[in-house]
Design a protein around this ligand. Structure first.
Ligand code: SF4
Length: 369
């Protein structure tokens, strides 16, 4: 189940490629590794033959020794709101989902269009959040650096669109695959690849304090979000069993530490569940949490999932009616909380937050690129 720590040929940083060249092809000049690095990530070559500034003999040698991995598109479904969900098959036959969410926002320079890609980091997930469809899959394995990067490359290639923002919020807990997530971030944010700026990437975690501290020490310069969803240990432990092991105080301290080290404001994700976490006391506690360090809250409407056997708290989960949702937002704003509302992108194709569960057996609209 464990994904090897050593990356494939594709998925190596510049330094790791240099090491590989030095080890396996010591006669090849060092600068060739840099050329290959640019071909792989900046120019996105899909074969060694495309690397036209390499000598033919080196192209042939690379082809003989290494494979360039691919993600196979199994399904592409499109929502009425423009959200697209990719079902990719990995080389071992397992599947993952990736979601491309278009949105419009007004920034200081006028209207901009965002294309946010929500990428997976694991096949399934070992955590058992009670509102999440991915949880039912359990963990199959971690994704490799290559499989993380290829979600970006393939989404852009298949749609012809340029991704402007990336969130590690698909299937899996990124902090449990930190090595590969961090390597993918380093490659994507390297000025030489120009894939994405650091501030356009968000890593979202369910709250693993030790891993958050390790992530902090990596100094990647990206944004960090916590799936909070409850402001008491009692409710959070029912919604997210991982909270029994890592209670709120420990998780919030690690988030605060991330801000202190990086000076990057943190984000709290908060799904609103009718009658469970949307009262005045919840708003007050949430406001108190947000005051620990500069932060904002993404408030998210709950998207019901077809649980086969809803048990325990899963059976109680329901979306807040619009009026109550609005009242909760108003309470937060009155408390001075910086609130963003995440809209329900892709609900009709089960691509919304917490809905990713490899629904390939269900009929989905196939849109060929
Ligand atoms: S919400 Fe995230 S961490 Fe929780 S079970 Fe789902 S994928 Fe895993």
């Amino acid at each position: 189940m464990r994904t090897p720590a050593t990356p494939d040929f594709f998925g190596r940083t510049r330094e790791e490629l240099q090491e590989l060249f030095a080890l396996e092809m010591p006669d090849v000049p060092k600068f060739r590794a840099g050329q290959v690095y640019r071909w792989l990530y900046a120019r996105r070559a899909q074969s060694f033959a495309e690397m036209t500034d390499l000598p033919k003999a080196l192209q042939a040698e690379l082809k003989k020794r290494f494979k360039l991995p691919k993600l196979k598109l199994a399904h592409l479904s499109e929502s009425s709101d423009g959200t697209r969900k990719f079902l990719f098959t990995l080389s071992d036959g397992l599947s993952i989902e990736t979601v491309l969410i278009p949105s419009e926002m007004i920034d200081e320079r006028g209207e901009t269009k965002r294309k946010t890609l929500c990428v997976s980091t694991q096949v399934g997930c070992p955590l058992d959040c009670k509102f999440c469809a991915t949880a039912s899959l359990k963990l199959k394995r971690n994704l490799t650096t290559a499989e993380i990067l290829l979600q970006v490359f393939e989404a852009e290639r298949l749609t012809g669109e340029t991704i402007t923002n990336l969130v590690f919020m698909g299937m899996g807990e990124p902090m449990l695959n930190l090595e590969h997530v961090a390597r993918a971030i380093r490659i994507m944010t390297d000025p030489e690849t120009e894939i994405l700026g650091k501030k356009r990437i968000t890593v979202s975690t369910s709250g693993l304090p030790e891993a958050i501290r390790e992530f902090t020490q990596m100094n990647l310069g990206v944004k960090l979000a916590l799936s909070l969803h409850a402001t008491t240990n009692e409710l959070r432990s029912r919604l997210m069993p991982i909270n029994r092991r890592y209670p709120l105080e420990e998780v919030l301290a690690a988030m605060e530490d991330y801000y202190q080290q990086s000076r990057i404001p943190v984000t709290y994700e908060y799904i609103v569940f009718h009658g469970l976490n949307d009262g005045p006391a919840d708003a007050k506690r949430l406001a108190k949490i947000t005051r620990r360090c500069p932060s904002k809250v993404n408030v998210i409407p709950f998207h019901p999932i077809d649980f086969t056997h809803p048990e325990g708290i899963s059976a109680e989960l329901a979306p807040a009616p619009k009026a109550e949702f609005e009242r909760f937002l108003a309470m937060l704003r009155t408390e001075g909380v910086r609130v963003m509302v995440r809209t329900s992108s892709g609900v009709d194709i089960e691509a919304a937050c917490g809905q990713l569960a490899l629904a390939q057996e269900k009929p989905v609209e196939l849109v060929l690129p």
